[in-house]
Design a protein around this ligand. Structure first.
Ligand SMILES: Cc1ncc(C[n+]2csc(CCOP(=O)(O)OP(=O)(O)O)c2C)c(N)n1
Ligand SMILES: [Mg+2]
Length: 404
């Protein structure tokens, strides 16, 4: 039997080269962040009773967004209920997604080559094969791509669809997001197959397994499978291995069937953080100027005393991510604020006030600021003396750790 190794482009730390355009990578990253923000917003709307049941994409942003970037607008997207991000990339405005969740179908997807999201599991895979059959008949240089989950591979429709697609050799891609769970059923209770990709073999079609948290690998794999289908070389089953970090839908409580330890292990592979690291290394994203210094100080202290230091990079001052600041300090009970500007009137004072508002009762030590001194910024030769350095930051961390 064929082997199904996982295709990867970036490793966990977000390194390794990428042959495609970096501009595409940047756009994918932006839309992954947008999808996460959309998820958060829609969850709030749902909790307020303003939209119906909603399936979030938390943890699956790379698979959702990068797969859709690999398609062309004339391709048919055949989505499932979780694929808001993919639909958005394919041209569906996000407000249509919300309207659909509120039960209004009206002008849904007008002009966009996308079917309505399928709630029944796997039935839409046959519709995708039918669309691909039509594309082939009309000699259109386009494909159909069906989105579905690991649970769908146990449905008869999945097998019928792969069978027809193989027999007819139509330009269809089956994009399976193996997110580990079908509501409360884990993958190992779904199938005894080692992989989902290998199920392609029985139908005489290609099967590929890709790291679904590696946005660039997902993009490459879908792009290549699409090219192959357009050239008349048949369908592909793509298994994107990812993780559903949130609930199945707003009607689900995953704490009843999985441990927080499992969730923590997977969220360490967060696809957004990973692509972010890659883009920073490519010089396309920057991190705060003090972050590398803070990281060096944290590494030193970890090695010397075994301390775990959490670094929060405040990406924008307005809006200020107060929630993250509060969460971090509620966890550690300590805070060191680092910036290059002078102490007096610096933004650090604003952060200090915010942290105090958010987490005063959790503080185990007074907050310490490491900043430039209260003098005008000096000429270049004196810059090293002026801006905070690793040893000053390490010293400040030592100060907040000393109070026990
Ligand atoms: C034909 C059919 N059977 C059962 C259901 C109920 N149901 C909704 S979602 C779901 C699990 C699907 O899991 P998976 O395919 O892994 O997709 P995921 O939700 O993880 O994205 C089930 C059984 C359904 N919607 N349709
Ligand atoms: Mg699933």
């Amino acid at each position: 039997m064929n082997q199904y190794p996982v295709v990867r482009v970036m490793d966990i730390e977000g390194t390794l080269p990428f042959s495609s355009s970096l501009e595409t990578a940047l756009h994918i990253y932006q839309d992954m962040i947008l999808l996460r923000a959309f998820d958060e917003k829609t969850l709030t709307l749902q909790r307020q009773g303003r939209v119906g049941t909603f399936a979030p994409s938390l943890g699956q942003e790379a698979a959702e967004i990068a797969s859709a970037y690999a398609l062309d607008r004339q391709d048919w997207m055949v989505p499932s209920y979780r694929d808001h991000g993919a639909l958005y990339v394919h041209g569906l405005p996000l407000d249509h997604v919300i309207l659909f969740a509120m039960g209004r179908s009206g002008s849904y997807a007008a002009g966009v080559r996308a079917l309505p999201s399928s709630i029944p599991i796997a039935t839409h895979l046959l519709h995708a094969v039918g669309l691909a059959y039509a594309l082939k008949q009309q000699a259109e240089p386009a494909i159909a791509m069906a989105y579905f989950g690991d649970g769908a591979t146990s449905e008869g429709d999945f097998h019928e669809a792969l069978n027809f697609a193989g027999v007819w050799q139509v330009p269809v891609l089956f994009f399976c997001q193996n997110n580990g769970w079908a509501i409360s059923t884990p993958v190992h209770r779904q199938t005894h197959s080692e992989t989902l990709a290998q199920k392609a073999e029985a139908y005489g079609i290609a099967g590929v397994r890709v790291d679904g948290n590696d946005a660039l690998a997902v993009y490459e794999v879908v792009r290549q499978a699409r090219e192959k289908a357009i050239q008349g070389h048949g369908p592909t089953l793509i298994e994107a291995v990812t993780y559903r970090a949130g609930p199945h839908t707003t009607a689900d409580d995953p704490t009843r069937y999985r441990t927080s330890n499992e969730v923590n292990i997977h969220t360490a592979q967060d696809p957004i953080r990973r692509l972010g690291e890659f883009l920073i290394q490519q010089g396309l994203l920057t991190e705060g100027a003090m972050v590398p210094l803070a990281r060096a100080a944290a590494t030193q202290l970890q090695q010397r005393y075994g301390w775990d230091v959490e670094i929060v990079d405040v990406r924008s001052l307005s809006p200020l991510d107060e929630e993250t600041l509060g969460q971090s300090v509620r966890k550690t009970g300590r805070a060191v604020i680092v910036h290059e500007a002078p102490l007096t009137g610096g933004f650090g004072a604003e952060i200090l006030a915010t942290v105090t508002e958010q987490a005063f009762w959790w503080l185990k030590a007074p907050i310490v600021r490491v900043t430039g001194p209260d003098v005008p910024f000096p000429p270049y030769a004196w810059e090293d003396w002026y801006v905070p350095n690793v040893s000053r930051i390490a010293h400040a961390i030592g100060q907040v750790m000393a109070e026990e």
